[in-house]
Design a protein around this ligand. Sequence first.
Ligand code: NDP
Length: 288
Amino acid sequence: VSARIIDGQAIAAEIREEVARGVADLLILGTTPGLAAILVGDDPASQVYVGSKEKAAKGAGMNSWVHRLPSAASQQELEQLISLLNDDPAVHGILLQLPLPKGLDAEAALDLMDPRKDVDGLTTASAGLLALGRPGFVPCTPLGIMTLLERSGAQTAGAHSVVVGRSNLVGRPISTLLSLKSANSTVTLCHTGTTDLAEHTRRADILVVATGQPKAIKADMIKPGATVIDVGINRNEEGKLVGDVDFESALSVAGAITPVPRGVGPMTVAMLMSNTLKSARLHKVAGK
Ligand code: NDP
């Protein structure tokens, strides 16, 4: 038996089409959703990420701006820019591309951001709302994972979900989302302090892996028939992109699995578009 492949590329394309339709509806009402990205310094990976977000926003019919600051920019310059964008009514979403160059305080900068424009869901306010199960912006990768689960027909309610990795970007928020009443999963959160990881992962109906360790999860650590979501993006010795799960061997055990690439990755940008549309709609309703 071979696991069903959850096609993140196809599901992300669906989301992007839906967002483009939503943007067109808002245009008729006189609002163009706008996403402002802040890119500090010249990290090549960050430039690629910001470029793909800009392209996706324009592709969906949104306004998109990239504000570039030099790596020598001061905290004050960065914070002034965030304040300007907070006050700009054409901007519905602000994205601070991380990591920032050394010497800049990302947490302080993020916490200046208006939570109503925090389409990346990374401010303390957004994290607090998520922890309390209140409406707010959810970080794009965990939101993308929930969407993949829903659209691939995975049953979260009553399921035992195991999340491996507890980062603020992925592991912790996805474990919260799965435990909320809307998903109704029973959640185990594993990390490097977990004794006998395999004992936990083998009991997972839904296994979400976000460790940044290539092939950390082998076939014998997976429950037969489980839905496996591999968040990892790593490069192997040959320079090929690989996930955190040993995909080839997992195929014979899992019921459904996301590939790397074309799994979780494309969902992240699609959910950023979805969050920006959501923000523009909320601003419209609030009359701003
Ligand atoms: P972090 O390095 O911030 O966190 C990794 C987490 O995994 C930590 O909590 C760590 O535990 C835990 N961990 C590491 N090794 C093991 C192990 N052997 N057993 C159990 N737990 C372990 O990474 P991120 O969460 O930011 O990213 C994880 C992966 O997902 C990376 O490959 C990254 O590139 C990818 N990623 C992909 C995205 C996408 O769009 N598809 C978006 C974001 C990330 P501890 O806390 O104890 O150190």
